[in-house]
Design a protein around this ligand. Structure first.
Ligand code: ADP
Ligand code: MG
Ligand code: MG
Length: 207
């Protein structure tokens, strides 16, 4: 495959839904430790709703059309912090993708950058605030340095997001519910950073 087309984008989203359904209780357990214990359920509800809407797409949707459907569905079905944040990420990603039929490495980096920037604009988290930004930030940096092969860009983003999620463990949180815990959040991985790592790992594994 040279670039990522709409069919690939759809397979990616379907694989996210499957992986979140499988790992829902793990994500919720992370959120139980430093939040309100609903992150897995929130995302599972959202991505199951997305699955139900994918058949309403054209036969050959653009990547942008798939991303936009995900955005609007997450915004309307996932509450809390993560719904608007992921909704904004997918909406900005859709806008960056535009009506291009395929994303090459440059286009993919633009889409990932737009997603990260949307989350930062919406949530105002800075690096090391112990949020999903700590996975998105390193992912975008690594993606931009990975060269002109889309598979290499996806793999770089997935690896960096996983490392970024692990690196939230020693941090005190400065945004979201975990910020109420002060030093008691130390030692726990941020659930949103972990779900970001999941989403990007699934992208790298989607053929
Ligand atoms: P809620 O906290 O409303 O129950 P979720 O549990 O679904 O929402 O999502 C919590 C995750 O949202 C956190 O783990 C964190 O990664 C992310 N988050 C919360 N606030 C922010 C923010 N201001 N900026 C970026 N991410 C945030
Ligand atoms: Mg929660
Ligand atoms: Mg909640």
């Amino acid at each position: 495959m040279s670039g990522l087309d709409g069919a690939w984008t759809r397979r990616w989203i379907e694989a996210i839904a499957a992986e979140i359904a499988t790992r829902k209780s793990e994500l919720t357990a992370l959120d139980r430790a430093i939040g309100d214990g609903d992150h897995g359920e929130n995302l599972d509800r959202g991505f199951q709703a997305v699955l139900g809407k994918l058949d309403g797409l054209d036969d050959a949707p653009t990547p942008g059309a798939v991303l936009k459907l995900v955005a609007t569905t997450l915004i309307s079905t996932v509450g809390g912090a993560a719904g608007p944040l992921y909704g904004t990420a997918f909406l900005k990603a859709a806008m960056a993708a535009g009506d291009r039929p395929e994303l090459d490495a440059t286009g993919l980096v633009e889409v990932l950058t737009a997603a990260r920037d949307g989350i930062v604009a919406r949530g105002k988290a800075e690096p090391n605030d112990k949020t999903m930004v700590d996975a998105w930030g390193p992912a975008v940096e690594a993606a931009g340095a990975a060269g002109d092969d889309v598979r290499a860009v996806l793999e770089a983003a997935a690896s960096a997001a996983a490392e970024g999620a692990i690196a939230t463990e020693p941090l005190v949180a400065h945004k979201g519910r975990a910020s109420y815990l002060g030093e008691r959040a130390i030692g726990h991985r941020d659930p949103g950073a972990e779900s970001t790592a999941l989403i990007l790992r699934v992208a790298a594994d989607t053929q």
